[in-house]
Design a binder for this molecule. Structure first.
Ligand code: AMP
Ligand code: ZN
Length: 491
């Protein structure tokens, strides 16, 4: 065979390999809109900036562990995009007026913001305890009433909304479809089963009761003092229009990513698409990501079954935010996850293995600095690029732990090698957000401060790190840096 043949063959294989490698570098995500795994390409022609909206909490109660699965999933998406060099604008709204909130206000006789404020404050404390990055924008629905009204006016002007005899304003699915739009983009709907002309005023309804949904709800005596003036009289917004108004105001008419739990696919997200595209005539969101539900001990969470846990309930049982975050991050986001207390014990054991290995590496490295080793980061990236395959990512982490332990036990690891391994761990931990164990009896909010100090030190923001140390001191705690990580001791 001629040399030329082998050259051509080699060139072909080389080109193919380059293609495959380039392909492997691309992030692929399951888009509910196309019902398929697609390569993620931002709307920004430079491929750098990303607009991401995640439906936030409805602040009528403490967030439960199922809610937290979804918010930790959103944090993973954001952290991974940032790890890949994107500039993410993360928006998470606070739903502070909707049906369940009105019911709570009525029952507790508290003013609206006093009622929602307590749960909102608790939500952000919990978010910190789980080491989720704080969203850049946290809009409240009640602060966006003018934008909501303007959006409904646009829908009226375009003939896809109407005021009914009850005074409320509804979105007309029939008119929207007649204008050439598709209703049922995220979920296939059978319009033969639809009941034309029917209307639904509740925010939540099943797909069997698809009907014109409320954009503006006319005031009723049950609403009490919760009301705003509008061109259609006193009333309050429907839940779905709130998210359309807030997301488009902050991220623009078209943006990259919209996230939420799978229960939001219908009607909430379907209605968001209809309202937004009905008003602007432009494509609303490029990628829709939905996290599967969390079950507790194999069952749907419910107060009567005694399997309903808020984050606070689990912290009170002695588990840490770090252990809970780890457990929530062990399953692929599109798989139903069975949360158990045994699983949390398992999380403790798994984290101890990582901590022990990282502690030994730190000891071996001494003060040596080195560039991160690429092997761990490559395996980790290959896993997460594949529709955020977190189980494979953890597989890579524990394989690395085994390898490091073997090498450390054999006394074969040089200080520079240990430093390089440590740097690799810190790099991927910017996505996992596990950090190092904080050994102390300190309350979770102080432990969150310790984690923040670790991050500040990693980012060489020593000013912030020192400010946190001073803050802890003023609260009566002193930090001791040990090879295993930071320790909080009472002064
Ligand atoms: P809510 O405060 O009810 O509006 O819910 C906040 C977020 O939690 C939404 O994205 C929901 O889809 C999500 N969610 C609610 N229950 C669960 C659950 N059991 N598992 C996972 N996500 C959930
Ligand atoms: Zn929403």
């Amino acid at each position: 065979m001629s040399n030329n043949f082998w050259h051509q063959r080699f060139d072909f294989l080389f080109a193919r390999c380059a293609l495959i490698c380039a392909d492997e570098m691309a992030l692929k995500l399951f888009n509910t809109l196309s019902r398929s795994i697609q390569e993620f390409t931002p709307l920004d022609p430079a491929g750098k900036t990303i607009g991401m909206y995640c439906c936030g909490p409805t602040v009528y109660d403490f967030a439960h562990i199922g809610n937290w699965r979804t918010f930790v999933f959103a944090d993973l998406v954001r952290r991974y995009l940032e790890f890949k060099g994107h500039a993410v604008t993360h928006v998470m709204n606070i739903t502070d007026v909707e049906d369940k909130i009105i019911k709570g206000v009525r029952e507790t006789k508290k003013p609206l913001h006093e009622f929602t404020g307590q749960y909102e404050a608790a939500f952000f404390e919990d978010l910190k305890a789980l080491n989720c990055r704080e969203p850049h924008h946290k809009p409240h629905a009640t602060e966006y009433i003018p934008q909501i009204i303007a959006l409904i006016e646009k829908l009226m002007a375009r003939g896809v909304a109407y005021q009914a005899a009850d005074g409320s304003v509804y979105f007309s699915i029939e008119k929207y479809r007649a204008a050439g739009h598709t209703y049922g983009r995220l979920l296939k709907l059978n319009f033969d089963e639809l009941r034309p002309g029917e209307r639904v005023k509740n925010d939540e309804y099943a797909k069997e009761s698809v009907a014109d949904f409320a954009l503006w709800k006319a005031h009723t005596p049950e609403d009490g003092e919760v009301a705003w003036d509008s061109p259609w009289g006193k009333g309050r917004p429907g839940w779905h229009i709130e998210c359309s108004a807030m997301s488009m105001k902050i991220l623009g008419q078209s943006f990259d990513l919209h996230l939420g739990g799978e229960d939001l696919i219908f009607p909430h997200h379907e209605d968001e698409i209809a309202q937004s595209e009905g008003a602007t005539g432009q494509s609303f969101v490029k990628y829709w990501l939905h996290g599967a539900f969390l079950l507790v001990e194999g069952k749907k969470m419910s107060k009567s079954l005694g399997n309903f846990f808020t984050l606070r309930d689990l912290l009170a049982k002695g588990f840490t935010g770090r252990e809970i975050r780890y457990l929530l991050l062990t399953a692929h986001y599109r798989e139903t996850f069975n949360f158990t207390l045994d699983g949390l014990q398992g999380a403790r054991t798994a984290l101890a293995r990582i901590d022990e290995c990282v502690g030994k590496l730190r000891e071996r490295a001494g003060g040596t600095a080195a560039a991160p080793d690429t092997e761990l980061a490559n395996a980790f990236t290959a896993a997460l690029d594949n529709d955020l395959n977190i189980s494979a990512a953890w597989g890579a982490v524990f394989e690395w732990v085994r390898k490091m332990n073997r090498s450390l036990a054999a006394g074969a690891m040089m200080a520079a090698e240990a430093a390089s391994a440590l740097a690799a761990w810190e790099k991927i931990d910017s996505v996992l957000g596990i950090g190092l164990a904080v050994e102390s009896e300190a309350p979770p909010e102080l432990q969150a401060l310790i984690l923040e100090r670790q991050r500040a030190r990693q980012a060489k923001d020593f000013k912030r790190a020192d400010a946190i140390r001073d803050e802890l001191k003023s609260k009566g705690w002193v930090i001791e840096d040990t090879v295993k990580g930071a320790k909080l001791k009472k002064l």
